[in-house]
Design a protein around this ligand. Structure first.
Ligand SMILES: [Zn+2]
Length: 286
């Protein structure tokens, strides 16, 4: 589930600390894969890209990972603590190889899906290259967020990572798309199952990864897109970090930054289809 999956939960490891600090070496399964590139940037752990993929594809994925990491730092991420272990970013060419890798990494019966994962204990991102590239960006952002912001509430962790499921390169960074999961947000609104700010503040991993996961994921993504569109995303995250790590603390910060009727009106005005949507990026998830 969440701890070994792409999401962190509140009970996860403390900021910048993983079990690896007490265990020799990193994941053998990861390090058995050939190294393709190392991305080193100030204020972040080294990302070691690994896998058996053709050179042209590897170069494309290096660009994709670098663009996501740079954009997240430019947009909202504070610097991570110094001295972190590298993150192994393992690129698996297809679903069969991805599943075999996860079995080696986590042991059989792990229950993970085929979309991709970040494992904070092993400091491994795994990407299934049969899936749309947005999933790799999503998992990279989970890894960067875990290092720079520490364990976050599940809705926020998934919201930040989901910003990057739909993105395209533009001058100076990435443009985050505004259609990914919009249909799920609107379906939840229509069905009356969309959480409000109070429910978001008291939500746990159990709620976010439970039966209403689409409502929580989509609301998280679009609330954060809304804050980003107002230039308030970084300040919102800083306020959350400064607030007590309680339901009341979250509720106060959410109420301070989000005017619920204004958010709903903004969302209601978004067009359903972005221009020139890529069919692969438009694939439904879950
Ligand atoms: Zn995730």
């Amino acid at each position: 589930m969440a701890v070994i999956g792409c999401g962190l939960v509140a009970a996860g490891p403390a900021r910048g600390f993983t079990l690896e600090a007490r265990e020799p070496g990193r994941s053998e399964a990861a390090r058995a894969l050939p190294e393709l590139a190392r991305l080193e940037e100030p204020g972040a752990a080294v990302l070691v890209l690994r896998g058996e993929v053709p050179a042209a594809k590897a170069a494309e994925l290096v660009r994709l990972v670098r663009a996501a990491a740079q954009d997240a730092r430019r947009r909202f991420l504070p610097p991570a603590p110094a001295g972190l272990q590298p993150v192994d970013v393992c690129l698996l060419a297809d679903t069969a190889r991805y599943r075999a890798f996860l079995d080696a990494l986590l042991g059989p019966g792990h229950g993970e899906n085929d979309l991709g994962l970040f494992n904070p204990y092993r400091r491994v991102v795994a990407a299934n290259l049969d899936m749309p590239p947005g999933h790799l960006r999503h998992e990279i952002v989970h890894a960067l967020v875990a290092d720079a912001l520490g364990p976050l509430p599940a809705w926020l962790d998934e919201g930040l990572a989901s910003l990057y499921n739909e993105a395209r390169p533009v001058e100076g960074g990435l443009e985050l798309g505004r259609t990914y999961r919009l249909d799920q947000l609107r379906a939840a609104r229509e069905a009356g199952t969309l959480p409000d700010l109070a429910e978001l503040a008291r939500s746990t991993g159990r709620s976010v990864y439970g039966a209403r996961s689409r409502a929580f994921y989509s609301l998280g993504r679009f609330l954060l897109l809304h804050l980003d569109s107002r230039g308030e995303l970084r300040a919102f995250l800083a306020a959350l970090r400064a607030a007590p790590a309680t339901e009341a603390g979250q509720r106060e910060v959410l109420a301070r930054f989000v005017d619920w009727p204004v958010f709903l009106a903004w969302e209601g005005g978004l067009p359903e289809q972005r221009e020139r949507a890529s069919p692969r990026e438009a694939l439904p998830v879950r």
